[in-house]
Design a protein around this ligand. Structure first.
Ligand code: 4AD
Ligand code: MG
Length: 475
């Protein structure tokens, strides 16, 4: 039985076997207390070891980090903070861990643990994060399944740049410096594995649109890759994105779905991960106290999550957002680093002002200038803006980016040309507008940013098991 199950059972002096990793050992050889955790829950179980029952040479190997099995009687515990404990009769050592085991029972910094990503799962913090991450993933599938969406597996290797932002990781079988070149000196990809230049996908959206224009509602949930050289607490080179795409949805319905979706998955983990969230809440609140006053959150993690569930997201246009920023105190005192004017891409200081100072809740910004958005967004009648939407979250910034899509073939082709994208590379995408086109919309949610918000972790590298960032690919 796993510890999560054992802790739920009524102690009646029955025999149990506990398998897991030693967190702590206290006491002397005559009587010692070993705390064991198997990752199935935040809670550890205590084994009480009488020196008469277990040989000393075995107990010597029961050290922090060792993997053991304890057989014994499950009894009610008189100790505080636990209902049951095991009176050990027999201990088996699966794997020893000597004193060089890096995860000792003391507070380690997150930076230190990042360098030990292969072992950090063994800490309470990281095991809680990865359990919550699992439950969030599960809730994602549940939400869409309940709403008649189909999970579409879009390709990882692709020949197109879905965002047109040129942030692709190349995929090639050519050896370095040995690629054949054409007469004009360019790499001759026709001789490569796929016969053309390929990359890792930045988004499954374009393929997702093909699915939606037949199955009506689809979603993707997979890894995406961006070779952007951003060393921030919000960017990864490899991250997981959830991308629903819906036929017959316009921007308003897209916004409604995004808000409903985020509330559903947050509500679901609050229901199903109470113990882990209580632990993370406590961690967040402790950490919060050590921060400088101006960076300190006025609310606990659980309060922040409840607040999202209970309040409607603010909805404003880009133009309104710019007006608010121009009226804002920081702007009047010229305190924004990047000056605000209509047409700029909102910087994180602007987004933070809007969500954290002005609205103090999630905000959906719509109708951005077309020149700062991707080619596929539906062009508005004003000729200047597109039917885009970004959902911003306090402490996170952009959690979701989406839009209604341009369904008109001529308008879409014009935009493709204007942006200098080769029409030929998108012929299959454009054909959906030629044959039975339909209004449709969708969005992409950065899964790690959602996990960050829910777990209260400040750095995105701490919510994915093996983070990929510039210069980092150790594990
Ligand atoms: O805004 P983005 O670039 O939008 C798209 O990729 C669209 N194709 C989505 C769609 O409409 N189907 O990315 C979507 C989200 C962002 O809002 C952000 O949360 C996340 O993906 N994201 C990243 N997360 C971590 N690291 C990065 N480097 C990210 N880049 C984007
Ligand atoms: Mg975006």
């Amino acid at each position: 039985m796993q510890i999560i199950e054992i802790l739920k059972t009524e102690p009646r002096n029955q025999k149990v076997e506990v398998k897991g990793w030693v967190r702590t050992k206290r006491g002397q050889s005559a009587l010692s207390f070993v705390s064991i955790n198997d990752g199935s829950t935040i809670h550890s179980i205590q084994a009480v070891v009488d020196g008469e029952n277990v040989p000393e040479e075995v107990m010597k190997k029961v050290t922090c980090g060792a993997c053991i099995s304890v057989k014994g009687e499950l009894v009610a515990s008189s100790g505080s903070g636990q209902n049951v404990e095991v009176l050990a009769e027999e201990i088996l050592i699966y794997g020893e861990a000597d004193e060089t085991f890096p995860i000792q029972p003391k507070k380690h910094s997150l930076e230190f643990l990042r360098e030990k990503a292969h072992l950090r799962f063994r800490t309470s913090t990281f095991s809680a994060i990865f359990r919550v991450r699992h439950h969030l993933s599960h809730a994602v599938h549940q939400f869409f399944h309940e709403q008649n969406f189909f999970y579409l597996h879009t390709p990882i290797i692709t020949a197109s740049d879905a965002e047109g932002a040129g942030e692709m990781f190349r995929v090639t079988t050519f050896e370095a410096n040995k690629a054949p070149v054409t007469e004009t000196g360019e790499v001759d990809f026709s001789e490569d594995f796929f016969g053309k230049e390929t990359s890792l996908t930045v988004s499954g959206q374009l393929e997702g649109e093909l699915g939606a224009l037949a199955l009506s509602r689809i979603y993707t949930f997979g890894p995406t890759f961006r070779a952007e050289n951003s060393n921030t607490t919000r960017h990864l080179a490899e991250f997981w994105m959830i991308e629903p795409e819906m036929a017959f949805f316009e921007l308003k319905e897209n916004m409604d779905l995004a808000e409903q979706f985020v509330k559903y998955v947050i509500g679901s983990v609050m229901e199903n991960c109470k113990d882990d969230l209580a632990f993370l809440d406590n961690r967040f609140n402790q950490e919060n106290k050590t921060k400088p006053q101006n960076e300190r959150s006025e609310h606990t993690l659980i309060e922040k999550l409840n607040f999202v569930l209970e309040n409607e997201f603010a909805r404003i246009t880009y133009t309104e957002a710019v007006d608010i920023l121009l009226q804002s105190k920081p702007h009047k005192k010229k305190k924004f680093k990047f000056p605000v004017e209509w047409g700029i891409d909102l910087q994180s200081e602007h987004e933070r002002y809007l969500v954290e100072k002005h609205f103090q809740k999630p905000v959906i910004i719509t109708n951005y200038p077309k020149d700062i958005k991707a080619f596929y967004m539906k062009q508005n009648d004003d000729g200047k803006t597109v039917a885009a939407m970004d959902v911003l979250f306090p402490g996170i910034g952009e959690m979701i980016g989406g839009s209604q899509r341009e369904e008109n073939l001529d308008k879409l082709k014009n935009r493709v040309h204007e942006m200098g994208i080769e029409e030929e590379s998108l012929w299959w995408y454009l054909e959906t507008r030629k044959y039975g086109t339909a209004p449709h919309a969708g969005f992409g949610l950065g899964f790690e940013r959602l996990v960050q918000f829910v777990t209260g972790m400040g750095n995105i590298r701490d919510v994915i098991a093996f983070p990929r960032t510039p210069g980092n690919v150790e594990f």
